[in-house]
Design a protein around this ligand. Structure first.
Ligand code: ZN
Length: 187
């Protein structure tokens, strides 16, 4: 999947990627688009992102819109819904939504900027989520985003992560294909 980080300059102190950019990339590839929106009011962007070609939209529990309403709005487009939470947010807050989402994303860095180091306590959060989803039919993926490297990736997978999001580890590497291959084959 191709993971896009959308930032509104309000939820996080940075800007990044707009729906027209996603639509332009969509013309070039059929790879699934995993769109992570770090914005204060996610509801107002769902229609535009779905039209732009998102296959999955992940919004933050800390944003201002109602999570159930936002999940419903995403699913109305027949695409998948994900729920992210920032490092300082307790895992318990997302637990009630696990049956209704396709992906849960414990952020392993403060959202907003690339190039940060993985926060080690994220591994415990992944494990807690992994245990919580065992009883759920069609249980959500557990994605990990922020500071994922070829060293961290296997640890996250051992704790229950099923999707690894890597930015800097791939883009700053001289051998990006090799990094992707390594991340895909961790056990
Ligand atoms: Zn992201």
């Amino acid at each position: 999947m191709l993971h896009f980080d959308i930032m509104d300059g309000e939820f996080v102190p940075n800007f990044g990627i707009s729906p027209p950019f996603i639509a332009a990339v969509r013309e070039k590839t059929e790879v699934p688009f995993d769109v992570h929106i770090m914005v204060t009011r996610p509801l107002r962007y769902i229609d535009a992102l779905a039209s732009a070609g998102a296959d999955l939209i992940t919004f933050h529990i800390e944003s201002e819109d109602d999570p159930n309403e936002t999940i419903t709005a995403i699913k109305a487009h027949d695409i998948k819904a994900g729920l992210a939470f920032s490092p300082k947010t307790p895992t318990e807050i997302v637990i009630p939504y696990l049956s209704y989402i396709d992906l849960v994303l414990p952020m392993s860095v403060e959202p907003g900027f690339g190039g940060q180091s993985f926060i080690p306590s994220t591994l415990e959060k992944i494990e807690k989520l992994h245990h919580k989803i065992q009883d759920i039919d069609n249980s959500p993926d557990i994605s990990v985003d922020g500071g994922v490297t070829v060293d961290i990736g296997p640890q996250a997978v051992r704790h229950g992560a099923t999707i690894l999001v890597a930015g800097t580890a791939i883009f700053k590497s001289e051998q990006p294909e090799a990094v992707i291959e390594k991340l895909r084959t961790v056990v």
